[in-house]
Design a protein around this ligand. Structure first.
Ligand code: GLN
Length: 279
């Protein structure tokens, strides 16, 4: 079958099930062709071999059943880094790039000590390391398979970060940081969105938290002071409607200059605060 015909037909098949049918079809095809995206436009008449078409039919069926494209291709781009992804962690979201941008805009010491709590694929930690190679960046995850994934991404991208296995601060011992970042679970366990779209295929442990999604953020805000240097920064991602609550949590935990930033969709997406003291 011709490449362009396959794309047209796959897009049509996916359209009732996905808001990004054409892109989904392209990504699935490219993952099996092993070619850059430009190939699709340069070689529309390329003949796809029968076994490839059969293999793609299986992928289309899984996509139609709701599986995220990133799980079918095993990859998702974040901050222009091709990250390996699997069902053990959250799939990196473009929204989280806003937090990376804000972290890079902080005036941190040249060799800042930075930790990403609940690092998953390693997305935030690796994005920061890619921009600030002299920072000492580590990541922590409680799930052994996620730790393995983050380490494998670190090696594949040649971005050296240290990844620890354990719950939040536990593996950090007495270390202190200039910046603690986290994209913790923050969805209310009752949220109806949990039964729609990609999140159905992501681990609940990476998505939901008690107390209307705020339990882990409360814990991070309360504990971070023991792991921050004077003047250090805590920055967490949260839901678009949690900004006010998170600012309150940060302020109550003693953080200063607490502020919330927005994502590309102009929704409140992350909050940061400074520990008192001179750096
Ligand atoms: N932003 C993600 C979503 O709403 C959730 C990420 C998270 O819980 N950390 O699908």
């Amino acid at each position: 079958m011709r490449l362009d015909h396959w794309l047209a037909q796959a897009t049509e098949q996916l359209a009732p099930h996905s808001e990004s049918a054409r892109l989904d079809a392209e990504l699935l095809l490219l993952s099996r062709l092993g070619k850059p995206r430009s190939f699709l436009f340069t070689w529309p008449e390329h003949e796809l071999p029968g076994p490839l078409v059969a293999n793609l039919a299986g992928l289309l069926a899984r996509r139609i059943a709701g599986e995220p494209v990133a799980h079918l291709t095993g990859q998702r781009e974040f901050w222009s880094l091709p990250l390996k992804v699997n069902a053990t962690t959250l799939i990196p979201r473009p929204d989280t790039e806003a937090l990376v941008e804000a972290a890079l805009a902080l005036r941190l010491p040249e060799q800042a000590d930075v930790v990403d709590l609940g690092t998953g694929t390693g997305a935030i930690a690796l994005a920061l390391k890619s921009e600030q190679p002299q920072w000492r960046v580590s990541g922590v995850d409680r799930i052994a398979d996620a730790v393995a994934l983050a380490r494998s991404n670190s090696e594949a991208l040649e971005l050296p970060i240290t990844v620890h296995e354990g719950s939040w601060f536990v593996p950090l011992g007495g270390q202190q940081f200039d910046l603690i970042v986290s994209n913790p679970p923050y969805i209310d366990p009752q949220d109806p969105h949990l039964s729609q779209g990609d999140v159905r295929f992501e681990p609940l442990s990476a998505l939901t938290a008690d107390e209307h999604g705020l339990a882990d953020i409360r814990y991070l805000a309360a504990e971070s002071r023991h792991y921050l240097k004077p003047g250090g920064v805590l920055m967490v991602e949260h839901g678009w409607d949690q900004g006010e609550a998170v600012r309150g949590i940060f302020t109550e935990a003693g953080f200063e200059r607490v502020e919330t930033g927005r994502d590309l969709g102009n929704r409140e997406r992350y909050t940061l605060g400074f520990l008192s003291g001179k750096r």
